[in-house]
Design a protein around this ligand. Structure first.
Ligand code: ADP
Ligand code: ZN
Length: 218
């Protein structure tokens, strides 16, 4: 099963992806998480990625595509994967098609998450992440039981460095310019499913994931 999570920053791609991954027994491949791991370990790729991520820009396509291609070669991804945050440009989407074709794998479903823009900014401002197990929290909407501490592993939560007002603006701009054309790209191929995740309609990532699982696993 090959699934793509599409959506602006802060719409809950990671939350939905991690629930799907657990229930479906296939890995969540988050390019953002992979880059952050490299940044933490100060690798060559990490240093390069940080120079873009800190400014709210995309890491160049060539680097990102190579990374995903080799990740998809790993044994745990042979039964499928949930691509969380990839592709983000038309070039990445086209290359992914080639990669999947070579592997004789088809893309099953593209889940496009939408959230009103003003909510997105607030969600990113209120987002806290666990650097250890990657769990996501929102200090207002889904706070951990103990303030600042991960429910799942007990590690201290952090605010991502790129989750600041200035960077968010640039990330949203890039999303609308470079990533949102993929909605059309996949819609034309007929495997797009759009889901609204919004506090206003009381619908959260967890609920969306449950619905998708019900449909996909039946
Ligand atoms: P969010 O969805 O909140 O933006 P991610 O963890 O998906 O968070 O991405 C964090 C940053 O990592 C992005 O702003 C971008 O700089 C970089 N990044 C992640 N995925 C990609 C990708 N597919 N192509 C280019 N850059 C990426
Ligand atoms: Zn944790």
């Amino acid at each position: 099963m090959m699934i793509i999570m599409l959506g602006a920053p802060g719409t809950g791609k990671g939350t939905v992806a991690s629930i799907l991954s657990e229930k479906m027994g296939i890995p969540q491949i988050s390019t953002g998480d992979i880059f952050r791991k490299h940044i933490k370990e100060n690798t060559e790729l990490g240093i390069l990625a940080e120079s873009y991520i800190s400014k709210g820009q995309l890491v160049p396509d060539e680097v990102t595509i190579d990374l995903v291609k080799s990740r998809l070669e790993e044994p745990d991804a042979q039964k499928g994967a949930i691509l969380d945050g990839f592709p983000r440009t038309v070039k990445q989407a086209e290359d992914l098609e080639r990669i999947l074709k070579e592997k004789q794998t088809k893309l099953d479903i593209v889940i496009n998450l939408t959230t009103p823009e003003d909510e997105i900014i607030e969600r990113i401002e209120n987002r806290r992440v666990c650097p250890n197990c990657k769990a996501n929290y929102n200090v207002k909407l889904s706070p951990p039981q103990r303030e600042g501490i991960c429910d799942k592993c007990g590690h201290e939560l952090v605010k991502r460095k790129d989750d600041n007002a200035e960077t968010i603006k640039s990330r949203l701009e890039i999303y609308f310019k470079q990533t949102s054309p993929l909605v059309d790209f996949y819609n034309k191929k007929g495997n797009l499913r759009t889901e609204e995740v919004s506090e206003r309609i009381n619908r959260f990532g967890k609920d969306v994931a449950e619905e998708i699982i019900k449909d996909v696993l039946k």
